[in-house]
Write a protein that binds this ligand. Structure first.
Ligand code: DHB
Length: 307
């Protein structure tokens, strides 16, 4: 039994898709509905549909990926129309929202408050729109944005955070979050503005932003684990935490569970494999928990043993 709760919403399992891979089109969202993903998470949407950045904009790497997609999506109104057709799957629907300004986020959060979505994940950390900084690295703007988007309705609202690397930053962000009725965080997004170079061609491996893009996959798992664990220590237990970053196996999911995550989201592994990865990771985690005599998710949550 891998059931869990996020913001008091029941999830049948601990493992779902992250916003990003294979969750942009209606077909992809139905595939997630039919899969073992514990929820249906949508690609981050913007006010207006976007083609995204020029290709190549995604590159699989030996232990992860680098991407600079540039928010290709159908525009938020398309998702408002699609979501009612996803309720047949009887699992939580999470709308990911990524406005290019605070006003855009307010307009979209207001609209999704009246939608078929069960939870709203507002993205404070897209690194890939040229000229747009990651909101989560600007603490004043983060505070201002939260003040604006948390008063628009009763659906559980959470934010997708960038990775932090300093205890002052963890504390500052936690203190801002505590001022508002934020119901969950998703930690972490890709590590923004990294550069992978192919020595053969002497070129970056992706085209946008002179090759700078978000690093994903196994490379970033220790950073994701640290962010989940730091925020679990700093935030009240009423704020749920999705662990994201480098989940490929049941063991990876278990490590996030020990760090204190309430559920995990899968991105690069789902991109590189297919919906069957949710079934496989679920089975692996169930077997691992049983072998360690943990009866359920709650029994193992936060059970990190310090040396
Ligand atoms: C994109 C990448 C991200 O890491 C993110 O949080 C949102 C959007 C993108 O490039 O599409």
């Amino acid at each position: 039994n891998l059931s869990t709760k996020i913001a008091d919403v029941n999830f049948d399992s601990y493992i779902l898709n992250a916003s990003g891979p294979r969750c942009t089109t209606e077909t992809e969202l139905h595939n997630l509905g039919q899969s073992d993903s514990a929820a249906i998470m949508t690609k981050s949407c913007t006010l207006v549909a976007r083609e995204g950045n020029p290709e190549p904009r995604y590159k699989a790497l030996p232990q992860g990926s680098i991407q600079s997609m540039g928010l290709p999506n159908l525009g938020y109104k398309a998702y408002l129309e699609i979501l009612p057709r996803l309720t047949q799957y009887n699992k939580p629907i999470i709308a990911s929202i990524s406005g290019l300004s605070i006003n855009d986020n307010v307009e979209m959060v207001r609209a999704f408050q009246q939608s078929a979505a069960d939870l709203l994940e507002v993205n404070f950390s897209c690194p890939n729109v040229p000229g747009k900084p990651q909101l989560g690295y600007d603490f004043e703007q983060t505070d201002k944005a939260l003040a604006a988007i948390t008063k628009l309705g009763d659906k559980p609202l959470g934010i997708k955070l960038p990775a932090y690397f300093d205890f002052n930053h963890f504390e500052t962000v936690a203190n801002i979050l505590k001022k508002y009725p934020v119901k969950f965080i998703s930690s972490i997004n890709s590590i923004g503005n990294t550069l992978v170079i192919d020595p053969e061609t002497q070129s970056p491996v992706i085209k946008p932003k002179a090759g700078f893009g978000g690093l994903c996959g196994s490379y970033i798992k220790p950073i994701g684990l640290a962010n989940v664990n730091a925020f679990r220590e700093l935030l009240p237990k009423e704020i749920s935490i999705f662990g994201v970053g480098g989940v490929y196996t049941g063991t990876d999911a278990f490590e996030y569970l020990l760090a204190g995550a309430d559920a995990v989201q899968v991105a690069t592994c789902y991109q590189e494999q297919d919906v069957n990865c949710f079934t496989r990771i679920k089975n692996e985690l169930a077997q691992l928990l049983a072998s360690k005599n943990y009866q359920n998710i709650d029994a193992a949550k936060g059970q990190l043993q310090l040396l």
